[in-house]
Design a protein around this ligand. Structure first.
Ligand code: PHE
Length: 460
C-alpha cells in the first residue's frame, strides 16, 4: 500500500497539468484546421474527377449529413469525456474498446507518411510560382508536375521540410502551436478561394465543367463510388482515426460540442465544394482530363493562375496558404500517436514527436518513390501511394468510425453520451435530440451497407 501511494504521488508530481485549448474559438479553429487541408482542396476534386462527377458529389453530401457530422460529435464526446489520449479514452468507456484507438494509432503513420509527401509538393509549388511554373501552358504544366514527382530526390527534400515543421509545432505543444497558426490563415484561405472561384467561373467554356460537377448522373453510382464517397468524408472531416478524440481531450467542460461539430462540418464541406467550383470549370475550359488522379489540382490550378493578372503572386499566396492548411491537418495526425506515447508510455514530448515523425518520414520515402522509380511495384494491384490511401481512407477510417459509433450507441448508452454532448443537459435542441439515434442506428447501418455494396454483396 505504502509503496503504491508513493508511486502515485510521484506521478502526480511528475506530470504537468494537461495542456488545454484557451478558448472555444481556439478549439473551433484547431478542429477546423485539422479538417480543412489536402482532403478538401486536393483529394476531393480528384476523387470527384475519377468517380463520375456530380453523382460522387451527391453521395459525398449524403455521407456528410448521415455519417460524418454525427461522428465528429462522437469523437468530440469520447475525447472530452476521457481527458486523455484516444486509446485510454476508449478504455474509459469500455476496456475492450482500446483497439479502436490502436487502429487510429497505426493509421496515423500511414496518413502522416503520404500526407507529408503531398504537402511537400505544395511547398515546392509555392516557391516555383515565381520560377519554373511561371507562364507555362496547361500541357507543359503536366510535364513539369510529372518530372517533379517522379524525381527520386527533389520531392524528398520538400517532404523533409514539411515533416520538420509538423514535428516542430507538435514539440511546442498543443495550445501554443495550434491555436495561433489557424486563426489568421483560415479566413485568408477562404477569401482566396472565393477569388479563384470567380476567375474560374468566368473562363470560356466554364459552364460545361459546372454541369459535369453538379449534375448527378445516377447511372454512375456503384459500390465503388459509394465507398469512395464515404472514405472521402472520413478523410476530409478527420474522423475515424481518433484525431478529433485527441483534440477534444484538451477541452474544458463548458465548450459547446454540438455547435462546434456543425461549424466544422459546414466549413469543411464548403471548402471542398468551392475547390470543385475552381477545378472543374478550369479543367473543361483548358481541355484537361477530369480523371487525371492525384495530379489534377497541381496541373489545373497553375493553368488558372496563368490566366490572371499578377498570377504568380496569387499562385504563391495560394500554395503557401494551402501548405499552412496542410500543417494544421498534419499536426492533428501526429498529435494522436504522440499523446499516447507521452501519457501511457511516459515518453518525453520531443522524443515521441521525433520518433513518430522519423518513422512516418521513412514510410513517406516509399510513397514518394511510388510516383517515380518504384512506380512498377504493386501490391494487391495498387502502387504504394494508392495502397496507403485506399487502406487508410476506405477501410481503416470507416472501420474506426463504425466501431466508435457502436461503442457510443450500444455500450456507452444514451444517458451518459447525451449528458456529455449537452454539458449535462445545459444545451438543448434538435441536434442534441437527433444525434443519439443517428449514431446508434443510422451510422452503423449506412457504413455496413456501403461496405457490403463495395464488396458486391449488395446493390445500392
Ligand atoms: N482532414 C484532413 C484533410 O482534409 C486530413 C486528416 C485525415 C487529418 C485524418 C486528420 C485525420 O486534409
Amino acid at each position: 500500500m505504502a509503496v503504491e501511494s508513493k508511486v502515485s504521488a510521484e506521478r502526480v508530481h511528475d506530470q504537468k497539468p494537461r495542456d488545454q485549448f484557451k478558448s472555444q474559438l481556439g478549439f473551433i479553429f484547431a478542429a477546423a484546421g485539422s479538417a480543412v487541408g489536402l482532403g478538401n482542396i486536393w483529394r476531393f476534386p480528384y476523387m470527384t474527377g475519377t468517380n463520375g462527377g456530380g453523382a460522387f458529389v451527391l453521395l459525398y453530401l449524403i455521407c456528410v449529413l448521415f455519417v460524418g457530422a454525427s461522428l465528429l460529435l462522437v469523437e468530440f464526446a469520447i475525447g472530452r469525456h476521457g481527458k486523455t489520449n484516444a486509446i485510454e479514452s476508449y478504455a474509459k468507456i469500455r476496456k475492450g474498446a482500446k483497439w479502436i484507438g490502436f487502429l487510429g494509432f497505426f493509421s496515423a503513420f500511414i496518413f502522416l507518411s503520404y500526407y507529408s509527401v503531398v504537402s511537400g509538393w505544395t511547398v515546392y509549388y509555392s516557391i516555383q510560382s515565381f520560377f519554373g511554373l511561371n507562364g507555362l501552358a496547361p500541357d507543359q504544366i503536366g510535364n513539369f508536375f510529372g518530372a517533379f514527382i517522379s524525381d527520386p530526390v527533389k520531392p524528398l527534400m520538400y517532404h523533409a521540410i514539411f515533416m520538420a515543421l509538423t514535428v516542430g509545432i507538435i514539440i511546442k505543444g498543443i495550445s501554443q502551436g495550434i491555436e495561433k497558426s489557424t486563426k489568421i490563415m483560415m479566413p485568408m484561405l477562404f477569401a482566396l478561394l472565393i477569388i479563384l472561384v470567380i476567375r474560374a467561373l468566368t473562363l470560356p467554356g466554364a459552364w460545361e465543367g459546372i454541369k459535369w460537377y453538379l449534375t448527378p448522373d445516377l447511372s454512375k453510382i456503384t459500390g465503388g463510388v459509394w465507398i469512395a464517397a464515404l472514405g472521402q468524408v472520413f478523410f476530409s472531416m478527420s474522423v475515424g482515426m481518433s484525431g478529433m478524440v485527441t483534440y477534444a481531450s484538451y477541452l474544458g467542460k463548458h465548450e459547446n460540442l454540438p455547435k462546434t461539430s456543425i461549424i466544422v462540418a459546414l466549413m469543411d464541406t464548403s471548402v471542398a465544394l468551392l475547390a470543385g467550383l475552381i477545378i472543374f470549370p478550369a479543367v473543361f475550359s483548358f481541355g484537361l482530363e477530369p480523371g487525371a488522379g492525384p495530379g489534377l489540382v497541381f496541373i489545373t490550378l497553375p493553368a488558372v493562375f496563368a490566366q490572371m493578372p499578377l498570377g504568380s503572386i496569387f499562385s504563391f499566396m495560394f500554395f503557401v496558404l494551402l501548405a499552412i492548411a496542410c500543417l494544421t491537418s498534419s499536426i492533428s495526425i501526429l498529435e494522436m500517436p504522440v499523446s499516447y506515447l507521452i501519457e501511457t508510455r511516459k515518453m518525453a514530448r520531443t522524443k515521441a514527436a521525433l520518433l513518430v515523425g522519423a518513422i512516418a518520414y521513412v514510410m513517406g520515402i516509399a510513397v514518394s518513390f511510388s510516383f517515380g522509380i518504384w512506380s512498377d511495384f504493386t501490391l494487391f494491384g495498387k502502387g504504394i501511394f494508392d495502397l496507403f490511401d485506399y487502406f487508410g481512407s476506405n477501410i481503416s477510417l470507416p472501420l474506426g468510425g463504425l466501431a466508435a459509433a457502436i461503442l457510443v450507441g450500444w455500450f456507452w448508452g444514451e444517458k451518459d453520451a447525451v449528458a456529455e454532448i449537452s454539458n449535462n443537459g445545459e444545451i438543448k435542441g434538435t441536434i442534441v435530440k437527433a444525434w443519439f439515434p443517428v449514431v446508434k442506428y443510422v451510422v452503423p447501418v449506412t457504413v455496413v451497407l456501403i461496405f457490403l455494396s463495395n464488396l458486391g454483396i449488395l446493390k445500392l
